[in-house]
Design a binder for this molecule. Sequence first.
Ligand code: FRU
Length: 511
Amino acid sequence: MGDFTELNRPFAPHDDQLAKAERAVADLAAGRADRWYPRFHIASNGGWINDPNGLSHHRGRWNVFYQLHPYSAQWGPMHWGHVSSADLTTWRREPIALAPSIEAELAGVFSGSAVTGDDGRLWLYYTGHRWRNGVDVADGNLEVQCAAVSDDGVRFEKLGVVIDNPERLKDFRDPKVWKQDGRWYMVFGLRTGDERGEIVLYTSEDMRRWSFDRVLFRHPDPDVFMLECPDFYEIPAPDGTTRWVLCFSAMGTKPDGFMNRNANNAGYMIGTWEPGGAFEPQTEFRLWDWGPNYYAPQSMLGPDGRRIVLGWMNPADGSPTQRDGWCGQMTLPREVTLREDGDLHTTPVAEIDRLRLDDVDHGSMTLGRDEEREVLEDAEAVEIDLTIDLEATTAERCGLKLHCTDDGGYVYVGYDDQTRRVVLDRQAAGVGERGYRAAPLSDGELASGRIELRVYVDRGSVEVYVNDGRQAMSAYSLPAAGRRAVRLLAESGTMAVASLVTHRMGSIGLE
Ligand code: FRU
C-alpha cells in the first residue's frame, strides 16, 4: 500500500460535514412540491441524486445508497445518501452515509459499491474525487479509490485511500467489489492517456491492500473514452452452465439508428471469464433499457441468489423538478435473468406486486378504427397490464396514452406496426423533455401474435416492461396540472385488447 498520508488528511470533521448535509436536505424537503415526486420509486427527500451506489443485503436489510448533492437540486459535490428496506417493498430513510472530508475527496465522494467483509461488517468502496489543477475540472479529474466500514450498516468510519492513480489519469472511478474463491476482486472504469475507455481488474487478500491484475476489457470503439460504473458478475444460463455479464455506462457513444440515442448509454455484453484472464465477449453491446432516462445501473446478489439491478433515471438536460426542490429517482428494482433466447431479461422484483392496492379487470375489448377510450379517470400511481392480440389488430399503432391532462398533454406507449417496435413517445408531454424512443421486438416475439406490456406510471415517470422484461424503457413524464387519465388508442385500424388489468399502487414509504 502506498503512502496516502496527504490524501487521507481531513479538511473537515466527517460528522460536521454529515450534519450540515442533513440540515440542507431537510430544508429542501420542507419546501418540496410533490406534483411529480414519486410514490413508489426511490428518491431523495430533497436535493439532487444520481447513480445507485453500495447496493447490498446486510444483516437482514437491503441497502440502496446513492449519489447525493444535498445543497441544491443541481449536481454538485457528491455525498452518499442512504435508504434501507427489510422486504424490498417499503423503504426507510437512513442518515447520509458519506460526505467529503479528506483531501482525496475534496470535490466529492463518487460512486462505488458495498460488500459484507470477512469481518461481517459492511464495507463501502468508492471514488475520492478531486481535480488535477486543484480548482476546477478544466484539466480533468484526479480520482482514487477509497474505503469505509460500518458495524451497523448506518454509521461509517473512513479507512481512506486504498488505490492510488499514479498516472494521474483524468477519469479513474466507480469501484465494484465482489468475493470469489477466497479472493476479493474489484473492477473500475478509466480513461487511458490515449482517450480510450477501459475496465481494469484489481485483487486483494485482505480487502485493504489491492494490486492491479489486468485490463479486463478495452472498448473497441475509439469514440468511447470512458466506461463509468462497471459491474461484472456470473449468471446462470438455462442450460446449466454460467456466463459472465459485463456492464458499463459508456461515454462517447454515437447514436446509430435506434441505438445509443442517449448522451451516454448503459448496457452490457454477455461472455465468459476465468480468474487470470480477460473478459471474452460473446455478444455485442446491448442496452439495459431503451428509454431516454436510464443510466449508471448497479446490481447486487440477494441472499436467495437473485441478481437485482437498479438504474438511475437520468434527466437529459436538467429537469423541471429542480424547481420543486428535488431531482432524480431510481427505477424499480429489477431481477436480471438469462433466458432461453440467449439474452438478459429484466423484470420488476416480485415484491413490487405487494404495492398493489387493488385489481381492476377491464376484460377484453376491441377498439374501432381511430377510437380512443378512457380506462382510468385519474391515475396518480398505477400499474397497467395490457396484452394486445396482434393477429386480431389492424391498427398501425395501438397502445396507451398516459398522464393525459385536460390541456391535451399525454405520453404515449404502444406497438408500432410500421417499425415493429414498442414506442415511448413524449411528443405531447406536459412539461419537460420531448422526443421518442423505440425498443425492438425479436422475430419470435412478433411471431407469437401477442404483445404484453406492463407499464408503471408514477407521479413523474413511466416504466415499460415488454414481454416479461424482454425489453424495458424508462422515462420521466411530468404532466401538467389536473387529473391524469389513462386511455387506450387505436390509430389507422382497430385494436384487439386480449386483457387489461390495472392496479393502484401504494407508497414505498419515502414521501
Ligand atoms: C455516473 C457518474 C460516475 C461518478 C458519479 C458522480 O453518472 O459520473 O462515474 O462516480 O456519476 O456523481
